[in-house]
Design a protein around this ligand. Structure first.
Ligand code: MRU
Length: 329
């Protein structure tokens, strides 16, 4: 990966800091931000300065170290875990650090680093398992950003692309721009291009037509939370892409680590969907796109039913929905 780590810890538990890429400024500016207090960590997560389910897990884990060393206790950890509701990795990581640390920041940091290192290994494994799906000459479509910028490692949905590229295969990627916050245009195309992969940005409204034109062979996206039956929440618009893929007879895969699966939910109906502020749709880069007088509906995620998903690219291999229950036991 040619970019600095999306999120990392520098220094010791008492005086160290979490360092993140400030993703709201990309692709114009690659800026690193140091976080040493809990409120700025929660703010960075809420503003999507750090985002993507596995990266939220890593940031949550390091944030928990900061909460514990600041003496903010369970209330601080709860606020952190609640900063974004859909990606299950955030709460999962905060609760894992809390359980192991028993209030000790040193133990919290050791556990947070283990979560980060696991994520690096997991992303690589997802890449190795998924790379075989990408053949020479393929077009691969993705939605939102599930790459290095969304994880502690090389990504989930983009990991098979990075590994197929390492293995010498030639393919092109279509990146949906992903309104309203443009993670596909700003982040996916940026990181793929930085790493030498052929990427074409398309408007969200174009995925059906590029499929009909025969330019796409395969769709891979990430997920924020997958229920036990395989229903998968991901960035708003993913469900539509999956429907288009079905119409055009194309396989649609979800790439996600086990930490993104929520075995406590029987199906996607129970996944909490974050609704974000109306300004994200009324304004774009400081310019108005809709009047204040218009109402806005801005859910950040949707749920793709398991029936539209060809398989789940995980660290343990590519699984079918029918295999998930056993794997999650
Ligand atoms: O709102 P975001 O940018 O955090 O949404 C991110 C996504 O929807 C990703 O596809 C998902 O978290 C998987 S990241 C590997």
């Amino acid at each position: 990966m040619t970019l600095p780590p999306t999120v990392e810890w520098q220094g010791d538990a008492q005086t160290g800091r979490m360092v993140i890429i400030e993703q709201t400024l990309l692709p114009d500016e690659l800026k690193l931000v140091e976080l040493t207090e809990l409120d700025p960590v929660i703010d960075a997560i809420s503003r999507l300065a750090v985002r993507g389910a596995p990266a939220l897990g890593v940031a949550g884990a390091f944030g928990a170290v900061i909460a514990l060393r600041s003496g903010l206790g369970d209330a601080g950890l709860e606020r952190l875990a609640d900063a974004r509701p859909t990606a299950v990795n955030l709460r999962w990581a905060v609760e894992r650090v809390k359980r192991v640390a028993e209030g000790d920041p040193e133990r919290a940091l050791a556990e947070a680093k283990a979560i980060h290192e696991d994520d690096i290994r997991t992303c690589r494994a997802i890449g190795e398992h998924g790379a075989g799906l990408i053949e020479d000459g393929f077009g691969v479509l993705t939605h939102c950003n599930a790459g290095a910028l969304a994880t502690g490692g090389m990504g989930t949905a983009l990991a098979p692309m990075y590994v197929a590229f390492e293995q010498g295969r030639k393919f092109r990627v279509f990146a949906d721009e992903t309104r309203p916050l443009l993670q596909g245009a700003r982040l996916t195309s940026f990181e793929l291009a930085e790493n030498g992969i052929d990427v074409t940005v398309i408007a969200d409204s174009m995925s059906a037509v590029v499929m009909r034109e025969g330019k796409v062979n395969l769709v891979i996206t990430g997920a924020d939370r997958v229920a036990a039956n395989g229903d998968a929440a991901n960035k708003i618009g993913t469900y539509g892409v999956a429907l288009h893929a079905k119409t055009h007879g194309l396989p649609f895969y979800i790439a996600a680590p086990k930490s993104t699966f929520d075995a406590s939910l029987a199906d996607g109906g129970g996944i909490p969907i974050e609704e974000r502020k109306p300004e994200e749709l009324r304004m774009l880069k400081g310019s108005r796109t809709a009047p204040d007088s218009a109402k806005v509906y801005n859910p950040a995620f949707d749920v793709t039913p398991a029936g539209l998903i060809a398989g789940y690219i995980t660290e343990d291999g590519i699984l079918k929905a029918s295999e998930l229950a056993d794997w999650l036991k």
